[in-house]
Design a protein around this ligand. Structure first.
Ligand code: ADP
Ligand code: MG
Length: 291
């Protein structure tokens, strides 16, 4: 189903956590390093690839399928920064239909068009909404389409909750040919306790953090310019962070079948952290006062 050489990678995470920003910067960094890249937005929001294509118009696969009997690759893709091929699966008409089914329809069309055989990418990145509770969103990791799944998370409980849900889906499908977990991309950690909390969560679930992406004003500024950080500020520290993350993903052989926490375990773990948060913060203040 997938072209022999291509590495297919799915990036999950709760809405607004930074999936599209992070994925687009990884795509840009991979393209900059000379790889052929396709990024497929699998979020009904359809804004996954915006900063790779300077905000240029791109009809979604689902809209195009609704309007035309015959769809060509040119109708549903556009070439973005450094040749990254951008595709947006799109979503159902608001209030009607199932968003997850949109991903299935989009993936089927791309296979029908023999996209991977014709375009011969080195990397295909799927940017997927985190609600894997719906089967449609599990499509990229379920049927051998993607070999690796990553999850973007902050230290917020809802982000961790979504990550734990992804772990459940990976643990369920990995034994029957589904994707393995590459790891967690920790995005925008600010509070001193945040890193300890995320580190503890990955330790408890048998996973690991593949990169810490700091919260940065350059990300906001680049977004306002309609660009990735790699394109807008190639020499800044944040661009180096995204390049390191892309390298880590290229070289990452260390994959895992995660051990998700059960509902009660996650609740107990969160409570424990509720008790620790102030202690961790005060500990930092204490250390700083000594310095
Ligand atoms: P998602 O795709 O998960 O819904 P986005 O990638 O669209 O989330 O990010 C949501 C918002 O957060 C965007 O405005 C984006 O610029 C901002 N953002 C994401 N990561 C960072 C970061 N590391 N530093 C600053 N802003 C960020
Ligand atoms: Mg997004």
């Amino acid at each position: 189903m997938t072209s022999a050489a291509a590495k297919h990678i799915a990036v999950y995470g709760k809405g607004g956590i930074g999936k599209s920003t992070t994925t687009s910067n990884i795509s840009a960094a991979l393209a900059e390093a000379g790889h052929r890249v396709i990024q497929i937005g699998c979020d009904p929001k359809s804004d996954s690839t915006t900063i790779l294509r300077g905000g240029n118009e791109l009809p979604t696969v689902l809209d195009t399928l609704r309007e035309h009997a015959k769809v060509k690759l040119e109708d549903i893709s556009t070439v973005g920064y450094r040749g990254v091929l951008c595709i947006e699966a799109g979503g159902p008409v608001p209030g009607v239909g199932c968003a997850g089914r949109g991903i299935t329809a989009a993936v089927e069309l791309l296979q029908e068009l023999r996209l991977f055989e014709e375009y011969r990418p080195d990397y295909v990145l799927y940017d997927v909404l985190g609600d894997v509770v719906c089967g449609g969103f599990a499509v990229p990791i379920r049927d051998g389409l993607a070999q690796r799944a990553y999850v973007v998370s902050s230290s917020d409980f809802m982000a961790i909750f979504a990550a734990n849900n992804l772990f459940k889906a990976v643990a369920k499908y990995a034994p029957s040919g589904g994707a393995r977990l590459g790891g967690v991309i920790a995005n925008g950690l600010i509070a001193p306790y945040a890193r300890s909390l995320v580190d503890d969560f990955v330790a408890r679930t048998g996973t690991r953090v593949v990169g810490y992406v700091p919260r940065s004003l350059v990300v906001s500024q680049s977004e306002l310019y309609g660009k990735t950080v790699i394109e807008a500020s190639p020499d800044c520290d944040q661009a180096a962070v995204y390049r390191a993350l892309a390298r880590e993903i290229v070289e990452n052989e260390e994959v895992a079948i995660p051990r998700p926490l059960s509902g009660p375990e996650l609740k107990a773990w969160a409570r424990e952290w509720g008790d620790r948060v102030f202690a961790e913060e005060l500990g930092m203040v204490g250390q700083m006062a000594v310095i």
